[in-house]
Design a protein around this ligand. Structure first.
Ligand code: ZN
Length: 328
């Protein structure tokens, strides 16, 4: 998997770059009853650059390393071409000014474009939660059980992460039922530094397909969880390249109990739709599961490199350099 990891090095280098936010105030604007801010004001206050698309449909907001593209009248933004769901729509007003929700300025744009230093907790222990189990199969389509696909991916992640010096804890070791609160509680019991819950989607619409990742709003780990979600989703979209990259359904907020209650940065990954024939066929293939698990592992390693000083990881090389060395 060395080529994929090599490709990620530049990304990790960018992710590692941390910058303190600015505190300049930005004038509030009310738009359709929503508290918004003028994007030009926000950009000026934070030292961001704005680049408007000639057709007026989008604007790219650039920080020092990262950029986010906002789309007129849409709550979908794009970070490095990966979809990032906003809390509200970005809007281009009739006078040509752009506005974005005040909440999105504070909770999405600032953490992404000018991320404040995250808590310097080294990532050593990862709690992986294979969703469902026992009498709860999760989604079932054409004889494929969600609980089995979840476990299959979780088991693949264990050696990939352990090889990189991480301790991995599974919330279930086999096909048994584990209540949601017990799953989240493993973080506390095992001193987990990251919680990843693995699921497969299903929908009435058979055309719905792709990968989406959720983090819980409102928790003290919201910003860190968003960065974890970004690192994993980006890695899946860029590293599963040659092998049928799934559709990018984006990085989203949702108050799922299992990630809300986990006492650390936590994300819930919906890998694909069992209700979609193409997704389901891919998720039944060993090769696809291997590649998908590798992409998730690389995302976790990138997140680790965000938080951990090099010496914490036991060497002078970056984790990616060491992975490359291992792979060669
Ligand atoms: Zn599920």
């Amino acid at each position: 998997m060395s080529w994929r990891i090599a490709m990620m090095c530049g990304v990790c280098g960018a992710l590692i770059f941390l910058l303190c936010g600015f505190n300049a105030s930005v004038r509030p604007v009310m738009v359709e009853g929503r508290r918004c801010v003028n994007l030009a004001d926000a950009a000026k206050a934070n030292g961001w650059k704005l680049e408007y698309a000639p057709d007026g449909r989008s604007v790219t907001v650039s920080g020092v390393r990262f950029a986010v593209r906002l789309i007129h009248d849409s709550a979908a933004a794009y970070w490095s071409d990966v979809r990032l769901a906003l809390l509200g729509k970005a809007v281009r007003l009739p006078d040509g000014n752009w506005v974005v929700g005040k909440e999105d300025l504070q909770r999405t744009l600032k953490p992404v474009l000018a991320p404040a230093p995250l808590p310097p907790t080294p990532v050593r222990r990862v709690v992986i939660d294979a969703g469902h189990g026992g009498h709860d199969p999760g989604a079932v389509r054409s004889g494929v059980l969600e609980k089995s696909v979840n476990m299959s991916l979780a088991e693949r992640l264990v050696p990939l992460l352990e090889k990189q010096g991480l301790k991995v804890v599974l919330t279930r070791s086999g096909d048994q039922f584990v209540p949601l609160e017990e799953r989240a509680d493993r973080v506390r019991l095992e001193n987990g530094d990251i919680f990843l819950s693995i699921h497969q989607n299903a929908a009435e619409n058979p055309d719905a397909s792709g990968t989406e990742i959720f983090f819980a709003p409102g928790s003290r780990f919201e910003a860190a969880s968003m960065h974890l979600a970004m690192a994993i989703q980006f890695s899946i979209m860029k590293c599963s390249g040659g092998l049928q990259t799934p559709q990018d359904r984006g990085i989203k907020r949702a108050g799922f109990r299992v990630i809300r209650q986990a006492d650390c940065p936590a994300v819930l990954l919906e890998c694909g739709f069992l209700s979609n024939t193409e997704d389901r066929m891919k998720l039944m293939k060993e090769e696809y599961l291997n590649t998908f698990a590798e992409a998730v592992a690389i995302g976790i390693l990138c997140y680790r490199s965000l938080l951990s000083p090099r010496e914490e990881q036991g060497g002078n090389n970056t984790p990616e350099e060491r992975v490359n060395h291992d792979a060669n």
